[in-house]
Ligand binder design. Structure first.
Ligand code: 6V0
Length: 313
């Protein structure tokens, strides 16, 4: 397999991801596939014209499924988007059909790498992709709450006035309405944020934490209201996951991972901090969650399972 990434779906998310990878020089070869072939062709031309200003020499072209056979990663960003007022779960049936068609084509190509899913509702789409493909579960990954955790770090960093890279905090559960923040493991540097909030003279209060959690959960709806969809943040989150795989980083990211007994659950994809490397998800980190957090996680998994049952595969 080559240092090659295929993007299926050259819409706003797919192209923000591609643009971010060109700027960061994430891979050597980048293939763009879309049902709208002209769109993929035009996007490839446009990106190639910027290569002179990019990080490295890259081979970028519009292709088709035969180009998947020797790819290391295929990222699926194809699908209908969340309309104003529509939840991610409303997208379920529309995007299941699209996913079926794409996975059939990928399988037929003989692809043997890592499947990365961004299409929403992402945890369920990842489950569907794993079921339909029959690939090893650790080699099928969803973007999960990688973006939400980054939103959380940014929002906390603004409040605390520190670099977001020094905020360590995870959003876990569904990339959607039942997600939650594992506050018992949120740190500024090495300081527990919960402990900081309990101090009288602190910059941050428990009220702030509740507001921040709410904002992180709902900010996508606000962006959609302002500009119809979100794409730069997820594009950069997908680049980070791609780099973790291609560079064998063993990075901890809240991707959507398959649970096989972890946290007492089976046969579900959900976001939990996971170690990501060249093999996909090396392991799901099992945090001893506080009782209330564990209840939220269980509830989120229940929501996932109820929706999985509704899908006709
Ligand atoms: P978009 O800009 O409408 O692009 C979708 C693209 O998919 C279009 O270019 C279509 O032509 C293409 N497409 C549709 N069907 C197929 C098919 N069968 N084969 C190949 N290509 C096809 O949407 P956008 O890029 O904004 O969003 C794509 C998906 O990402 C949606 O499901 C979003 O909800 C989801 N997002 C996921 C996020 C995450 O955190 N995981 C964040 C934001 C959006």
């Amino acid at each position: 397999m080559k240092n090659k990434v295929v993007i299926v779906g050259t819409g706003m998310v797919g192209m923000s991801y591609a643009y971010s990878m060109v700027n960061q020089g994430t891979c050597e070869e980048l293939v763009l596939i879309d049902i709208d072939k002209d769109k993929a062709k035009g996007e490839a031309m446009d990106l190639n014209h910027g290569l002179n200003f990019g990080k490295r020499k890259m081979k970028i072209y519009a292709g088709d499924y035969k180009d998947c056979s020797d790819a290391y990663i295929i990222c699926i960003t194809a699908g209908a988007i969340q309309a104003e007022g529509e939840t991610r779960l409303d997208l379920l049936n529309k995007n299941t059909k699209i996913m079926k068609n794409i996975i059939d084509n990928i399988k037929a190509s003989g692809f043997n790498g890592i499947l990365l899913i961004a299409t929403n509702p992402v945890d369920i789409m990842t489950y569907i992709a794993a079921k339909l493909s029959g690939y090893d579960k650790h080699k099928v990954i969803g973007s999960g709450t990688t973006l939400d955790s980054s939103r959380l770090r940014y929002t906390l960093s603004e409040k605390l006035d520190v670099n977001p890279k020094n905020v360590h905090a995870y959003v876990m559960g569904e990339h959607g309405d039942s997600q939650f923040v594992a506050w018992s493991y949120a740190l500024q540097g090495v300081q527990p944020i919960y402990q900081m909030a309990s101090r009288k003279d602190s910059k941050i209060t428990f009220d702030d934490l509740a507001k921040i959690e709410d904002e992180v959960k709902n900010v996508a709806y606000e962006i959609i209201k302002c500009k119809k969809s979100t794409y730069y943040g997820i594009g950069m989150a997908l680049t980070a996951i791609t780099r973790a795989i291609l560079e064998n980083e063993n990075s901890i990211l809240t991707v959507s991972s398959y649970l096989n007994g972890e946290y007492g659950h089976n046969d579900v994809y959900i976001a939990a901090p996971s170690v990501v490397n060249k093999d996909g998800v090396r392991e799901v980190i099992q945090l001893p969650l506080e009782k209330e957090e564990k209840e939220k996680f269980d509830k989120s998994i229940k929501v996932m399972k109820e929706n999985i049952e509704k899908i006709e595969l």
